[in-house]
Design a protein around this ligand. Structure first.
Ligand code: ADP
Ligand code: MG
Length: 747
């Protein structure tokens, strides 16, 4: 078909118009031929109108007959043409004329109808020809459009082929599509060929229509059918074309998708390539790192091996330590158990201790009561007798003038003075210490009395006896030898020890010590710092120093000696040093002043003020420890002058002491305390509820027998005295209790 079209010359519009006119002329000529044929067949011999007039006639008859409402069949025309004149009067022309006129009219009408029909056919043919021409022109245009489309499709195919060349995988598909398109093209060409054939057949039919005017209607129908079929085929072609166009669109879309896919794949490929480059880069970096790591790993492996060795050693140590720890745990458990046991024991002991402390307090309270009771039973002034052993000076004497009865009631209480005639004179005292009694034995007996001073009593202990009987030994002893310490140092030590132990119950004691001598009724301060190292009679005189050492007693029973040195002491060492100092002064005096010390009274006073910080109770006690001057009688001493004066003073003071004691015993109104310095000084300690102990020291030698007898007689008289202040409570300040009682109260 395409080849045929390509071979035909191109049709211009002018050529098309010329072609159409030629076709009309051909058709008109063919109708005229048909009309001539009809004239020959049906109206032969009859006058007929010129063809031009017939042709130019309108649908309306000249006489007004409507031809559209008239229908002549072929038989009608033939019957009309074959109609013969009716038989009648052959001479009646008029009838014949009428018949002829009628026939002519009918013939004319038939002719006009035929002409009209002919004109209608001609117009129909012309319109059909025209339509055919239009269809042909349209077909040609469509064919050209199809050719253009085909050329476009070819271009597209070539474009697709180029794309397919790039994409081999897609090319095959595109080639298939191309083949399909070619097949479509070939089918279209075949359709075109069939259309051309139909066209030729139409031309042939057109010729047949021209030739057979009688079958114009059939031909016309046929032509219409053909035209319809042509239109159908054309529509099919159009539809096919549209289908192809749709397929093309689909193909383009697919192609676009393929291109998009390709771009996407390309993008992915680029990404993969970039990733691969990064991976390669990373791989090289990793290799370098791996190298470094390998080096490090080697180093670490070396370290690890060394560490493993260390770990092994440490594990061994750890095992050992664990074993030790287990042992320690076991021992700790045992220790814990022991600790618990110890705690339990400690608790029990603490409970027992608490019970014991309560018992101690109760015991102390009981002791206090019993002590007071005993003292009161014994009397507030008691007498202990002590016999010194024979000395080297007594070496010519082998027999002692004293003996000690062994009867039960007299054991340690009785002493017998054996006179020249062998007569024994018995004396009983509260206690008799034989010449074998040690300092400790003696102190044991007076310790409770000393203790009373801490309980708030005024205690006075003095030693009476002739010179050389052992007063100083008993009271002072030999401080340098611990076992030979006398009652003064032992009592002061005990006071300090007991005051220290009472601190646990809240007691705080303040101690004050003073030491003086009474010589010739004159008080001498042994602790004065103004005292010179030398000791002479003149300088020792109070008038020289301007100090009178006046004795005063306040309403509370406290004694004050004006100007007397009072030293605060807080330890036994301090009191020892003070004693040492005083004794040194006395000893100096002794050597320089020819045994002057024996003719003076040595008075050590310790005042103690106790305050209980828990109960705010106060106690004030005084302990007087006195080493009296020798009591030998004036006749024996044989003194004159100063010695006589000394002896008289001594005798006066001792006499006044005995007078005071006996006056107290008789409860006289006037007690001559002021007769001597000694009694005046000791007044508070002799009256009231004070406790007084007198040692009567005895020399066992024969030469001292008279003085011993006097001393024993005097002591026996004193011992017989009961000062008689039983039941009087200690003089405490403002309801104060003794520490012992206070302890009891605490519980
Ligand atoms: P007094 O002070 O009474 O004058 P002393 O105390 O000075 O007497 O004693 C005279 C001597 O007797 C001293 O040498 C002393 O050592 C000694 N003496 C006294 N009593 C005893 C005794 N109980 N044991 C040993 N010696 C004693
Ligand atoms: Mg002496």
């Amino acid at each position: 078909m395409s080849s045929r079209n390509q071979n035909r010359p191109p049709h211009s519009n002018s050529n098309k118009k010329v072609g159409a006119e030629e076709v009309v002329k051909d058709k008109r000529s063919s109708i005229e031929i048909e009309a001539e044929k009809l004239e020959k067949q049906g109206v032969a011999g009859r006058a007929r109108a010129p063809l031009s007039a017939m042709v130019n006639n309108t649908t309306s008859d000249s006489d007004g007959t409507d031809l559209n409402n008239i229908e002549f069949t072929k038989e009608d025309i033939e019957s009309l043409l074959n109609e013969k004149m009716k038989k009648g009067n052959p001479y009646n022309n008029k009838i014949k004329v009428d018949q002829m006129v009628d026939l002519i009219k009918r013939l004319k009408l038939c002719v006009r109808w035929c002409v009209h029909e002919n004109e209608k056919l001609q117009s129909a043919v012309e319109s059909a020809v025209k339509k055919s021409c239009d269809s042909e022109i349209e077909m040609k245009n469509k064919t050209e459009e199809l050719n253009d489309t085909i050329s476009d499709m070819r271009e597209t195919i070539s474009f697709l082929e180029e794309i397919n060349a790039k994409e081999k995988s897609e090319k095959l598909v595109a080639i298939d599509d191309n083949l399909n398109l070619q097949q479509c093209n070939s089918s279209l060409q075949s359709d075109l060929k069939s259309a051309n054939e139909a066209y030729r057949r139409l031309e042939m039919e057109k010729a047949i229509i021209v030739e057979s005017l009688n079958d114009t209607r059939d031909l016309n129908k046929e032509l219409q059918d053909r035209l319809k079929s042509l239109k159908d085929s054309q529509n099919e072609s159009i539809k096919h074309k549209e289908t192809l166009a749709n397929e093309l669109t689909c193909l383009r879309e697919e192609l676009k998708k393929i291109v998009d896919d390709r771009d996407r794949v390309q993008g992915r490929l680029n990404a993969v390539i970039e990733e691969r480059e990064n991976y390669i880069k990373f791989k090289y970096e990793t290799y370098s790192k791996l190298d470094k790591l390998a080096i490090k790993t080697e180093a670490l492996e070396e370290t690890c091996s060394s560490q493993k060795a260390k770990i092994t050693i440490l594990e061994q140590k750890l095992r050992v330590e664990r074993e030790k720890l287990e042992m320690a745990d076991l021992s700790a458990v045992e220790t814990r158990a022991m600790s618990e046991e110890h705690k339990r024991i400690i608790r029990e002991l603490q409970d027992r201790l608490a019970d014991k402390e309560i018992q101690v307090v109760e015991g102390e309270k009981l002791r206090k009561k019993l002590h007071n009771t005993v003292l009161e039973l014994k009397g507030n002034i008691r007498v202990f007798c002590r016999v010194r052993p024979l000395l080297r000076e007594d070496r010519f004497e082998t027999n002692m003038v004293v003996s000690y009865p062994t009867s039960i009631d007299m054991l340690d209480r009785g002493i017998e003075l054996v006179q020249n005639a062998g007569q024994k004179q018995l004396f009983t005292f509260d206690k008799v210490f034989s010449h074998e009694a040690s300092q400790h034995d003696v102190f044991t007996e007076i310790s409770q009395l000393v203790q009373s001073a801490l309980d708030g009593y005024k205690v006075c202990i003095f030693a009476y006896g002739q010179t050389g009987s052992g007063k100083t030994y008993t009271m002072m002893g030999r401080p340098d030898a611990p076992d030979l310490k006398g009652m003064i140092p032992l009592s002061l030590e005990q006071i300090f020890q007991t005051s220290q132990s009472l601190k646990d119950q809240g007691w705080n004691f303040k101690m004050q010590a003073s030491m003086l001598e009474i010589y010739n009724e004159t008080i001498k301060d042994l602790l004065s710092s103004n005292r010179s190292s030398g000791f002479d009679q003149t300088r020792a005189d109070n008038s020289v120093h301007g100090k009178q050492y006046t004795i005063r007693h306040d309403k509370n029973g406290n004694t004050h000696v004006l100007d007397l040195t009072i030293v605060d002491v807080s330890s036994p060492n301090e009191i020892s040093s003070l004693l040492e100092k005083a004794a040194q002064i006395r000893s100096m005096g002794r050597t320089q002043m020819n045994e002057q010390s024996s003719r003076s009274h040595f008075v050590v006073t310790l005042r103690m003020c106790g305050i209980n910080e828990n109960t705010e109770q106060q106690v004030q006690g005084v302990l007087n420890l006195i080493d009296l001057a020798g009591s030998e009688r004036l006749s024996k001493s044989g003194a004159t002058g100063d010695r006589l004066k000394e002896a008289q003073a001594i005798n006066q003071s001792l006499s006044s002491l005995s007078n005071v004691i006996f006056a107290l015993a008789k409860k006289e109104e006037h007690i001559p305390f002021r007769d001597s310095k000694l009694t005046h000084l000791l007044q508070p300690c002799l009256e009231g509820d004070s406790k007084t102990l007198m040692f009567v020291n005895i020399s066992p030698d024969q030469s001292s027998i008279d003085e011993s007898l006097c001393s024993l007689r005097f002591a026996a008289r004193v011992n017989a005295v009961k000062l008689g202040f039983h039941g009087v409570r200690p003089r405490h300040t403002q309801g104060a209790m003794s520490p012992a009682l206070a302890r009891t109260e605490k519980y």
